[in-house]
Design a protein around this ligand. Sequence first.
Ligand SMILES: Nc1ncnc2c1ncn2[C@@H]1O[C@H](COP(=O)(O)OP(=O)(O)OP(=O)(O)O)[C@@H](O)[C@H]1O
Length: 237
Amino acid sequence: MSDVVLEGRGLAHSYGSTRVLDAVDVEVRAGEIVAVMGPSGSGKSTLLHLLAGLLRPDAGEVWLAGERLDTLGERRRSERRLAERGFVFQFGDLAPELTVEENVELPLRLTGVRPPTARARAHEMLDRLGIVEHASKRLSEVSGGQAQRAAVARALVHTPPVILADEPTGSLDTTTGELVLEAFVAAAREQGSAVVLVTHELRVASWASRDVLLRDGRIVGGSGRPALDEPLAEVTG
Ligand SMILES: Nc1ncnc2c1ncn2[C@@H]1O[C@H](COP(=O)(O)OP(=O)(O)OP(=O)(O)O)[C@@H](O)[C@H]1O
């Protein structure tokens, strides 16, 4: 279908001689949230890194908005990464020496948004995630949960068409975790972003439109849920 934004076809990946992902097909459409679930070590993060273009597959293809990503040169891949995607990774890649707001502004500044506009948009997103009062603190001065929300703010602030998140609520309590999940739902619903969310928590996956279940590097199942245009209460149960 034409609204597939991100697609992995026959993806395989090995670390050394150990094959950790094999023959994985996944499609993500505009406006949907796909939860990637599975036991520890089943290959969830590896799949996300392949879809992100941060790892190259040993076999298979990654397509982003009609363009094959895995064969692009590094420069073009990183341009597209910057402009078109938002990432939240398990081991945060925010800059500790910058403030929270400077970190969140980064994707906007790098794509030419003027400083006052970038700051206003960063604050709006930080407010939505309940950490605007920490905006001017250095990242090294905030808690792990606040840093995680800053990473989410940075991933969403430039309204990218694709958002990839690895355990984005991992160090959050239920209430702040829900703020984060609501922000992902808004990105999918209001901006039509395609969202891939790695999680091992059923509670988190219940916010997704559907899930994909990995075991030992292969897709062993998945299920659909009501589309995101259903009322949220029905989606979350
Ligand atoms: N850089 C690496 N070098 C070698 N092996 C790796 C590397 N990264 C992951 N692995 C191995 O690949 C397998 C899949 O790892 P991956 O992180 O993708 O799983 P996961 O499902 O995300 O796990 P978790 O839920 O624990 O984060 C695991 O057996 C892991 O030990």
